[in-house]
Design a protein around this ligand. Sequence first.
Ligand SMILES: *[C@@H]1O[C@H](CO)[C@@H](O)[C@H](O)[C@H]1NC(C)=O
Ligand SMILES: *[C@@H]1O[C@H](CO)[C@@H](O)[C@H](O)[C@H]1NC(C)=O
Ligand SMILES: *[C@@H]1O[C@H](CO)[C@@H](O)[C@H](O)[C@H]1NC(C)=O
Length: 462
Amino acid sequence: MVNMWCFIIASVLSLVAADRDNLPPTCDSLIYCHGPLLHTVQMAGLYNDSKTFVDMKIKFSPNITLEHFRKMMERLYPMEPTKADIQEFVNQNFDPEGSEFEDWRPTDWKDNPAFLQRIKDPLLHQWASDLNRLWLELGRKMKEDVKKNQDLYSIIYVDNPVIVPGGRFREFYYWDSYWIIQGLLLSEMRSTARGMVSNFLDIVDRIGLIPNGGRIYYVMRSQPPLLIPMVQSIMEDSFDIDFLKQHIHILDKEFDFWMKNHTVEVEHDGENLVSAPTNFGPVRDLVLWHEDVGVWLDYSLESKRRRDYFYPSNVAPLWTGSYDKARTEYFVRRVINYLDKVKVDIYEGGIPTTFEHSGEQWDYPNAWPPLQYIVVTGLANTKLPEATRLAYEMATKWVRSNFEVWKQKTAMLEKYDATIFGGYGGGGEYVLQTGFGWTNGVVMALLNRYGGERYTTLFTGT
Ligand SMILES: *[C@@H]1O[C@H](CO)[C@@H](O)[C@H](O)[C@H]1NC(C)=O
Ligand SMILES: *[C@@H]1O[C@H](CO)[C@@H](O)[C@H](O)[C@H]1NC(C)=O
Ligand SMILES: *[C@@H]1O[C@H](CO)[C@@H](O)[C@H](O)[C@H]1NC(C)=O
């Protein structure tokens, strides 16, 4: 099972084109997903962020709201509504974004979880303690009304309160939650962590997959599947075999979704290779590992060729463990050479997402927390001296740069700038967000892992 999800994660991180034969569930809401009302309001540009409007609750039923819209258009015809007309329509028919939540303070929060004691440096200790306190700001609990009147909201109802990323991301996000849960477990917020996992299990049961985030407009797509690793983290924290027994069929169900709906046949060197459950290791080695490059590369299903570009996810198989363990030393040596050759160490703020200067948020020079974690943990977990040393250096750089930003802004960012020590990320369709769920989880995990004496020395430069 573990090997299988490893394979899937590595594949999702690596394969560029998706299987388009089996479309996941669609969103048919004429308020939040498509149709003239949505189009008219979004094109009016009432809000700076395209997410603001679609997160608003409707005051009346969808039909009545659509009827009000139709009447407005009829009244103004043949004129188009002005921005002011549209603003008035929105004010009369929608409640502000965020009105689906009630005030909530995580009941299992404590101000001095044991992991803080591991962090020797007083400044870092204080920082970790501040990060622990940030969970209080990132908790969200839905009003009971969402359950009763789901069609008035775009948010997907879940029973348990969650920790959200922050900023415009007011709802749960799928793979973000993996790192949030790493942090919550260090903070000993076990029931919040388990509640989030239970929500996901419930969603798989209901919908068949976990959407990118907790809104109906996200149900058409998922994210790298980390539910099984989340359950694994819960199990490692408190071995509760009944919890696993009770839910393992749902893990199977999500696993089947990836296997049946997102497994692709890859033609390689004239052979057809089918990613079937028995044939895992060899398939991924054959298709993604490249002896001449010495790393796992993306494979384009469209051009049927490898894509020889740098991404941190090129080394993700070290993290997922999807390689032949008998040859660990060989793979690690090659991967370290590769990282050396592409010069990941010249960047002062972390490992960049790509070397492409597209202006998009998932490209250079942005550096994202989960990708740093995947590379650092992948290398460190091999336990080979050269790899653990490199992991340690990368972790140090990341933590120091995050701390520099914290000192300037007292904020944790969604993403950073790999090229500048203490630099902020940017680009893409929305402004930089603070909060920030996975960033906090990653830093807490790294401080926990390296928070002892040696780390302190390097960190403070004393
Ligand atoms: C997976 O594909 C099957 C058809 O093979 C389809 O019926 C089902 O709805 C898909 N599941 C999801 C969650 O998209
Ligand atoms: C929208 O963005 C502009 C320019 O960045 C800013 O001046 C304005 O205050 C923003 N408006 C809102 C409602 O956030
Ligand atoms: C909304 O309107 C549609 C089309 O007129 C109708 O089929 C549907 O039953 C209505 N739904 C409700 C909840 O009234």
